[in-house]
Design a protein around this ligand. Structure first.
Ligand code: GLC
Length: 549
C-alpha cells in the first residue's frame, strides 16, 4: 500500500517531531552556545534523518535562569542565538526541506527581566502593573512572612518578597514570576504573540506547563500540605489543571484557525488520570497533548501494553492522535534509564541517586540500556500517532553524569542542594565530529562540557556505520513514511507474555521482545530490526518490523 499523503491540515497526526534544544544543537559563531544559524546549517541532516517537524525549545531573549524557559521578550530572538532575520532564514530552510516548525511558548510565567515584571516591581501595591502577575501581601506585622509555605517545582519557596510587604508567586524559579491569567492584558498579549510567530511561518506551538495557567487563589491560602492533599482530578485545584484553563485555549484555537493550514499546538500537561488530557487535546482546544506514560515506564511488556492500549483509547475519545515520548530536555535519556536497575520508588525519569553519584552507583549497563532503547523506540515508531524525538537520541546518546558542579546550569541543582543535580546531563551539546574542541558542535569549547566518549557517538562516526543508532533511526523514519497507515492498531497473540506483537491495518507489524531470551520470530518479511538477528529468531531486547499481507 502506498504511503497516505496526509491532507495538509492533518500533517501533525502521525508526524515524527524532532525536539531541538537550541543552545546545545549546533553553534555557528563559535561562542560555545548553539544558535539559529547553527540549526539552519544542519537542515540537511534533519532532512536526511527523515523528520517531519522540528520543535524548537525557547530561543527568546533570556538570562537562562531556567534554560530559556524564563522569557524576557516573547516576540524576539536572544541575541546570542541570532536575530529575527536568522529566524526567518531558518524557517525558509526548514520549509524548503519539507520540515515544519513548532516553537515553544511559555505562558505560565515570564522572566523577572520581562518589561512587565520590571514595571510591576516599580509600581505600588494594587496597581494595574502588579495585576499582570500574582502578588499577595505577606503575613506577619509588616508582611515579612510569605503568604503561604508553598514549595516551588525546583525546590525552595514559591513566594518571593519584593520589599514592600508584598510577595509574588513563582511555581518554578524566583526568576520566573507567574502571570495572572485573569488579566485581559495578559490574555491579549499572548494572542498577539501567537499571531506574531504564525505570521512568520511557524506551523505550531508546544505549550509549556499548559495545565497551570488558570489559578484561583482563595483569600485564605491553603498550606503546602493541604495543596498536596487536594484532588487534582476535579478541575477545582487552586493551581493545577483547572477546568477554566480551557477557555484560554478556546481563544487560542480561534487564532490557530485563522491560518491555512490551521496552526497546531501540543500541550505539556502533566495531568492525571489520563482522561484529563482529552480536553487539552480536543479540536476546540490545543489539539494535541503529550502523553508522558512511556517516558515514565520501565522496560516492561505489561507496562507498555497497558500504556499503548489506554492512550489509543484516549486519543479516539478526544479525536486527537496520541503522542509518544521517551526523552526530552527534562529527563534522563532513555538509553541510560533502561541500563539502570529500578531504584525503589524514585521516578525513573529522574534517576536522581545515580546522577548524584556522578554515574557510579548503581552501576550502569550502558550496552543493555542502548539495546533496550533501540528496541523500545522501534516499537514506538510502529505505533499509530505522533512520535516526539529528542535531539541526540538518534545517536544513542546516554545521559552525561560527569558534569562537574561548577559547570552546572540547571536551577534544580542550585535550589535542591545534595538532592537533585538537575537536567544538564541531557542538555550537553551534540557531537557532530569524532574530534575537535567540541566534537564539531562549534569551533570552540561548548557551554556544557562534553565527555570523551561523545566522539564515538558523533554524527560523523555513526553516519558510515550500518549498525549505528543513527542508521537505525534513518532507516526507521524512512520506512515509517512509506508504511504509514490509518490510526488503528491490532494486537497479535504471541505465546510469551514478554513479547508485544502489533499489526497496522496495512500489514505492517512490529514484534518487540522485552525478555532477555531468544524466542521464535513470527512469520513475515523482516523489514528492519533494532539489533542483529538470525533467520526465524527474535533475540532478547530486540524489536523487528515485519511485513505480512
Ligand atoms: C516545562 C519545561 C521545563 C521548564 C518548566 C518551567 O516543564 O519543559 O524545562 O523548566 O516547564 O518553564
Amino acid at each position: 500500500m502506498a504511503a497516505p499523503t496526509p491532507a495538509s491540515a492533518d500533517w501533525w497526526r502521525q508526524a515524527t517531531v524532532y525536539q531541538i534544544y537550541p543552545r546545545s544543537f549546533a553553534d555557528a559563531n563559535g561562542d560555545g552556545v548553539g544558535d539559529l544559524p547553527g540549526i539552519t546549517s544542519r537542515v540537511d541532516y534533519l532532512a536526511r534523518l527523515g523528520v517531519d517537524a522540528v520543535w524548537l525549545s525557547p530561543f527568546y531573549p533570556s538570562a537562562l535562569a531556567d534554560g530559556g524557559y524564563d522569557v524576557d521578550d516573547y516576540r524576539n530572538v536572544d541575541p546570542r542565538l541570532g536575530t529575527l532575520d536568522d529566524f526567518d532564514a531558518m524557517v525558509a530552510a526548514l520549509h524548503a526541506a519539507g520540515i515544519r516548525l513548532i516553537v515553544d511558548i511559555v505562558p505560565n510565567h515570564s522572566s523577572n527581566r520581562h518589561e512587565w515584571f520590571q514595571a510591576a516591581l516599580a509600581a505600588p501595591k494594587g496597581s494595574p502593573e502588579r495585576d499582570r502577575y500574582v502578588f499577595r501581601d505577606g503575613l506577619g506585622e509588616d508582611g515579612e512572612l510569605p503568604p503561604a509555605d508553598w514549595v516551588s517545582m525546583f525546590g525552595g519557596p514559591a513566594w518571593t518578597a519584593v520589599g514592600d510587604g508584598q510577595w509574588y508567586l513563582h511555581l518554578f524559579a524566583p526568576e520566573q514570576p507567574d502571570f495572572n491569567w485573569h488579566s485581559e492584558e495578559v490574555r491579549a498579549d499572548f494572542l498577539k504573540t501567537l499571531r506574531f510567530w504564525s505570521d512568520r511561518g511557524v506551523d505550531g506551538f508546544r505549550v509549556d506547563v499548559a495545565h497551570a495557567l488558570a489559578k484561583d487563589l482563595p483569600a485564605d491560602l491553603p498550606s503546602q500540605a493541604e495543596l498536596e492533599a487536594m484532588d487534582k482530578a476535579t478541575g477545582l485545584h487552586p493551581l493545577w489543571d483547572r477546568d477554566e484553563v480551557h477557555q484560554i485555549y478556546a481563544d487560542w484555537r480561534r487564532v490557530f484557525n485563522e491560518y491555512d493550514p490551521p496552526r497546531i499546538a501540543v500541550a505539556e500537561a502533566w495531568v492525571n488520570p489520563p482522561s484529563r488530557r482529552a480536553r487539552y487535546a480536543s479540536a476546540e482546544g490545543l489539539g494535541q497533548a503529550f502523553n508522558f506514560d512511556l517516558l515514565e515506564a520501565d522496560f516492561d511488556a505489561d507496562a507498555f501494553r497497558g500504556i499503548i492500549t489506554e492512550n489509543l483509547e484516549q486519543a479516539a475519545l478526544s479525536g486527537s492522535s496520541t503522542t509518544w515520548v521517551f526523552s526530552n530536555h527534562d529527563v534522563v535519556r532513555h538509553a541510560t534509564r533502561y541500563g539502570l536497575p529500578p531504584n525503589g520508588d524514585e521516578p525513573r525519569k529522574y534517576n536522581r541517586a545515580w546522577l548524584l553519584s556522578h554515574g557510579t552507583e548503581p552501576e550502569l549497563d550502558a550496552e543493555r540500556g542502548l539495546r533496550r532503547a533501540r528496541a523500545a523506540t522501534l516499537l514506538m515508531l510502529a505505533l499509530p500517532g505522533c512520535a516526539y524525538l529528542y535531539q541526540g537520541e538518534e545517536l544513542g546518546l546516554g545521559e552525561v553524569a560527569t558534569i562537574p558542579d561548577e559547570a552546572r546550569q540547571d536551577p534544580t541543582f542550585f535550589r535542591s542542594p545534595g538532592v537533585d543535580v538537575g537536567r544538564d546531563g541531557c542538555r550537553v551539546p551534540l557531537p557532530w565530529t569524532v574530534e575537535g574542541p567540541s566534537f564539531g558542535f562549534g569551533t570552540g569549547p561548548a557551554h556544557l562540557p562534553q565527555p570523551d566518549w561523545f566522539g564515538k557517538c558523533s554524527v560523523e562516526a555513526e553516519s558510515g556505520d550500518e549498525a549505528s543508532t543513527l542508521s537505525l533511526y534513518r532507516e526507521a523514519l524512512g520506512l515509517r513514511h512509506e508504511l504509514q497507515a490509518d490510526e488503528t492498531l491490532e494486537w497479535v497473540d504471541y505465546p510469551a507474555k514478554d513479547v508485544l506483537h502489533v499489526r497496522r491495518s496495512n500489514g505492517w507489524e512490529a514484534v518487540a521482545n522485552f525478555s532477555a531470551e531468544t524466542l521464535p520470530l513470527p512469520e513475515g518479511v523482516p523489514l528492519l530490526s533494532s539489533g542483529p538477528f538470525d533467520a526465524g529468531e527474535l533475540p532478547g531486547e530486540t524489536t523487528v518490523w515485519l511485513r505480512r499481507e
